[in-house]
Design a protein around this ligand. Structure first.
Ligand code: ADP
Ligand code: MG
Length: 311
């Protein structure tokens, strides 16, 4: 568990981060979202003491980070940034192994860990282990950057706009990969983004920052349905609200008995996918299948009933 307690950073007259308190549960993703200059990066960099707080503290599993030497702390906290920051003259394997090497893991263990991570990120170890960063695509470089940050099984992974430089299709895939890998490894992640869509997609909880302050810290569904301030409502966007909400709900939640015509959706698809399928193919309902077996259908009426919001 990560406890951020009245964390503050002042630069001259500006409060870059203004008394932010929040608790991050182990094994979850917290997305920190806000406009440019709202203090997201400064908040994140105070967690691993790349910036020293002006006031307040961070506790990891009960221990104040102020009692741990910064270079020790940073071995326990992974850090991944936009543009990946790989060492250009080191191979993929050596890049990923950077922290395990500092920790003097045995060679066999390092090699096994590098291969395990490459596998997890769908990069064949035999093919990629000995390449240099310049021989990789942007998406591959970004995956190696995240693999490196995860290499020593850190207590916490900090990510600052990690997908900012990727084009939309690669970006969506990188987000799905991160979710899958986080669930598999049980990692705790704090991720900064300026993109509300990304925050909703990835965050178990979303922290909205405005001018250095934490204005709302809540589940994506509550951020959408109960924005705490006008600023949060603006970040979500009036027009987008119903669609964002639909994208958070799996079809399995409102699946009804009985058949429907046409191509089926998997049970893990979202209601947004179901709505899209209905509209695109002119159907009033779509079948839902699990492991290749039809388990029922989702109708337009049911989607409408689920998303209709009565303040
Ligand atoms: P974000 O990541 O949300 O864009 P930052 O945390 O980078 O925001 O910056 C928050 C505020 O703090 C901004 O007003 C920025 O100009 C200021 N700031 C950040 N770093 C410094 C610094 N080293 N010196 C002075 N001001 C800074
Ligand atoms: Mg930033």
């Amino acid at each position: 568990m990560i406890e951020i307690d009245r964390l503050t950073k002042t630069y001259g007259a500006t409060k870059a981060v203004d008394s932010v308190s929040m608790t991050v549960e182990a094994g979850t993703i917290t997305a920190i979202v806000g406009t440019s200059g709202s203090g997201k990066t400064t908040l994140l960099r105070m967690v691993n003491r790349l910036e020293e707080p002006s006031a307040g503290e961070v506790r990891i599993n009960g221990t104040s980070t102020l009692t741990v030497k910064p270079h020790i702390l940073r071995r326990r906290i992974g850090y991944a940034i936009q543009g990946h920051g790989l060492f250009p003259h080191h191979t993929v394997a050596r890049n990923i192994a950077a922290v395990p090497e500092l920790l003097q893991w045995p060679r066999d263990r390092i090699r096994a860990r590098v291969d395990e991570l490459l596998d997890l990120f769908s990069m064949d170890p035999a093919q990629f282990r000995d390449r240099y960063p310049s021989d990789l695509s942007g998406g591959q470089q970004q995956r190696v950057g995240v693999a490196r940050a995860l290499a020593s099984r850190p207590d916490l992974l900090l990510m600052d706009e990690p997908f900012g430089a990727l084009d939309p299709i690669i970006r969506a895939r990188a987000q799905d990969d991160l979710r899958r890998i986080q669930q598999k490894l049980g990692s705790t992640i704090m991720l900064v983004t300026h993109d509300m869509e990304e925050a909703m997609r990835l965050g178990d909880k979303v922290a909205v920052m405005d001018a250095g302050r934490l204005v709302q810290y809540d589940t994506p569904a509550r951020i959408i349905t109960r924005p705490a301030t006008d600023f949060v409502a603006d970040m979500v966007g009036d027009v987008e609200r119903p669609l964002r909400l639909l994208s958070l709900i799996p079809v399995s939640e409102i699946v009804a008995d009985g058949p429907a015509d046409g191509a089926a959706l998997p049970a893990g698809a979202s209601l947004r996918d179901a709505l899209s399928a209905c509209l695109w193919t002119g159907r009033s309902a779509v079948p839902v299948e699990q492991d290749g077996v039809q388990i029922g259908h989702v109708s337009l009426d049911a989607i409408r009933a689920r998303v209709e919001f009565h303040p």
